[in-house]
Design a protein around this ligand. Structure first.
Ligand code: ADP
Ligand code: MG
Length: 365
């Protein structure tokens, strides 16, 4: 017999509220993060991510609610008494200290013996890829190297949780991609929980074991990168992740396996994946542009319900694929992404769009 071991929670956030005047920076947030998990808080600017991270680290005192780390309520503990280390937004290295001194600083404060500090600094520098750069000053380092010093400085404290606030935002796009791979590798090597705040969805997808979408001080939804990208439960998540094909409609009819929707005057059919909806309810649905097939329409009527008519309003060749914009009868535009040009589909042509029943996702909110 096989038992699935339940992972212990490293962090439990319960009913956290933090207000500034009449702004709810955090509005009743619940969150569980497992031991050894790479967790990302993703959402638009001003959504409450930094407030949540700093509340976990002890830099902000919430109005109400609790933060439990490793089974212990830390509400009344200052940052340095919590089992957390924090990498702050922007580079905050001591400019007059060299790399080794910057990394060892936290241990020096704890009056740890110099040879032990040196040994740990060396180990950390190898771990984050700074071997041999002991004597460099921060201004003699690239942005990526400065960020590694910050990471080493936080990790050397050997806490249970590393908190990172927009750790890559000062880096250019290519470096950010490389650092994502390194951060993930680093997290798996040290094995502690990372909580990483970003507004960048690509960054989130590439590092996270799990992602929580945070906006307006609220937890919108959470899941693995695959879950929130492929099957977002909320319309907000779909839009935030760049989904263009969102249609608003009404439930016309439904049974256990299928839902028929009224989209303006068109009826479309989608699979009913246990959606909690009823007849006449207004809903939004979305579909990935690569999940739609486009073909020239030669009929004026169709019996296929998993299809809709439209007119090609734009064709753009984008190297690896061709993008078609198709105008529906309700004036909404649908994007279709095809790996190659579709023979005889030209600008202004009447077309028919098809999909597999499972490809439309319904959003409850
Ligand atoms: P994020 O990190 O997601 O961009 P923040 O947690 O920084 O968001 O901010 C959440 C909300 O709280 C925003 O509306 C922000 O303006 C407000 N806020 C954050 N810190 C303060 C503060 N010290 N004083 C007043 N308002 C604040
Ligand atoms: Mg922030």
């Amino acid at each position: 017999m096989e038992f699935k071991l339940k992972k212990n929670n490293a962090i439990e956030v319960k009913k956290l509220i933090k207000t500034y005047g009449d702004v709810y920076a955090l509005n009743d947030v619940d969150l569980n993060i497992s031991d050894g998990e790479y967790f990302v808080l993703l959402g638009p600017s001003g959504g409450g991510k930094t407030t949540l991270l700093r509340s976990i680290g002890g830099f902000i005192r919430p109005d109400s609610g609790s933060v439990v780390i490793k089974g212990k309520n830390v509400n009344n503990l200052p940052p340095d008494k919590r089992p957390t280390s924090m990498v702050f937004q922007g580079f905050a290295l001591f400019p007059h200290m060299d790399v080794a001194q910057n990394i060892g600083y936290g241990l020096k404060l704890q009056s740890i013996e110099k040879n032990i500090i040196d040994e740990k600094v060396n180990k950390m520098m190898d771990l984050v890829g700074l071997t041999g750069l002991h004597n460099r000053k921060p201004h003699e380092l690239s942005g990526g190297q400065q960020q590694r010093v910050q990471l080493a400085r936080a990790l050397i404290l050997e806490n249970d949780v590393l908190l990172l606030d927009e750790p890559l935002s000062a880096l250019d796009a290519q470096l950010r991609k490389d650092m994502c791979i390194e951060l993930k590798r680093l997290q798996k090597t040290v094995g502690i929980s990372f909580v990483h705040v970003t507004h960048n969805q690509e960054e989130a997808m590439s590092v996270a074991d799990r992602i929580a979408i945070i906006a307006d001080g609220k937890m919108i939804e959470e899941g693995t990168p695959q879950e929130i990208y492929n099957k977002p439960k909320k319309q907000f998540t779909a839009e935030f992740l760049g989904e263009k094909n969102i249609l608003i409609g009404k439930v016309h009819n439904l049974n256990k396996s299928k839902i028929v929707l009224d989209i303006n005057n068109d009826k479309i059919e989608i699979a009913n994946n246990n959606y909690n909806v009823s007849k006449n309810q207004e809903v939004s649905v979305s579909i990935k542009s690569e999940s739609i097939q486009i073909k020239k329409n030669v009929k004026s009527k169709t019996n296929e319900k998993n299809s809709i008519f439209g007119k090609v309003s734009e064709i753009t060749f984008l190297g690896q694929f061709v993008r078609y914009l198709v105008l529906l009868s309700n004036d909404q535009e649908i994007q279709v992404r095809s790996s190659e040009e579709v023979a005889n589909v030209k600008l202004n042509d009447q077309v028919i769009l098809n999909w597999k029943l499972d490809d439309f996702i319904l959003h409850n909110e």
